[in-house]
Structures are given as C-alpha cells and as structure tokens.
Design a protein around this ligand. Sequence first.
Ligand code: 5RP
Ligand code: FE2
Length: 229
Amino acid sequence: MNQRPTLLAPSILSADFGALADGIREVDQAGADWIHVDVMDGRFVPNITLGPAITAAAARATDRPLDVHLMIESPERYLEAFAEAGAAVLTVHVETCPHLHRTVQQIRELGVAPGVAINPATPVDVLRDIAPDLDLVLVMSVNPGFGGQSFIPASLDRIRRTRDLLTAVGSQARLEVDGGVTPDNAASVVAAGADVLVAGSAVFRHPEGAASGVAALRSAAGSPHLRSV
Ligand SMILES: O=C(CO)[C@H](O)[C@H](O)COP(=O)(O)O
Ligand SMILES: [Fe+2]
C-alpha cells in the first residue's frame, strides 16, 4: 500500500488559455502541488495543444513543479526544449518510444525527473523493466487527446496492478493517474494505489472556480493540503 501523501496536479488543458497565468496562480494559491502541462502534436493524438514557449510562460507564473506530459511522436527531439522551458517532470508515452531506456536516460541527464505513461490498452507489464529507472509512472484513465472525458472503469484494476508491479520491483516511482478524475472517483483512485492525481475539467471547469475545484478534489482524495514536494 502506498503511504505517501497524494499530490494534486491540475491540468492547464482545461484552463482559459487567454488568462493562463491567472489560472495557474489561482490553483497554486489553492494548494496545487504540481502543474500538469499536456503537450499534444496532432499525430500521436488527434489534438494539438502547446509547446515549449507556453510551458515557459507557465513556469513564470508559479514556483510549483511543472509536470509535462508529452503526447507526441519522437519525444526525444524535444526533451531539451522542454527542460529549458522549466519542466520538473517529463513524461513520455511508451507507445511513442522504441528506445525507451535511452529516452529515459536522456531525461535524467537533462536534470529532469523521468516519467513513462501508458494508454488504456497498453499492458501494465510493459513498465516492469523500466520502472526502477523512473520517478513517475502515469496510468492513463482515458484515451489521451482531450480533456473532459469519462474515467474508464477498468483503470482501477490497472492502477492496482501498476502499484503491485512498482512494489514488486522495488521502484519508488510515483503513480500518477490522468483522465476523468473527479471528486466522485478520487478516493477509489487513491485506494487503488495512485499518489498523484491529474485533473483538468474537475478543477478549471468547477462551477465555483478553480480554487473550489482544488479544494473539492483535495477533500475527496482524503489528502489535506500538504506542500510535500
Ligand atoms: O492528458 C490528458 C488528456 O490526454 C489530460 O491531462 C487529462 O485529460 C486531464 O483532463 P480531464 O481531467 O478533464 O480528463
Ligand atoms: Fe495529461
């Protein structure tokens, strides 16, 4: 069982890009632990979002760690640019990396924490040999590409099996869950073994504002406001 405090990482994918710095400052002040930055290329996923320049702008708005989720083909071409932009965590998808070990090493050599993400249909066991080299594994609980999708129920079992795998190989990597996380399912996601929750629409589309979204998730996840990293 995971004993670490659960971190909350609001995804700016659902923020108002016209007032991005304000949105980031709001969730920062509300107690967000990390800021999750979704990078999409229109190839690996159907949507196109943002690149290093907007990531650097996000970094100027907060001193919270930037958790950069690369949903792009050939991510090794852009690691340096995102490291320079201020990424604290760089997560690549296993489905985009034929030379995953090399890519993870490149991230580490840039002084950034490496993460690896898996899509909902990718077998959890693909993480087994790389997990000891990682600071983060990301289990997608929707098919990547868009915010506002519904949590895929089978993800809970995948989170449990990923937690078991991390324990079995002695990895200290955090287990992040991304996609459709809401106050209704946050406690189950944490109970299954997650220790980082990403949430876009549940935070930035909360009817009473993003700060209320952070508070609702924090309360549902059973994690008091702890600035633990
Ligand atoms: O990586 C992502 C989508 O590919 C996003 O981080 C994720 O979807 C967050 O948005 P929401 O909480 O609205 O599902
Ligand atoms: Fe994401």
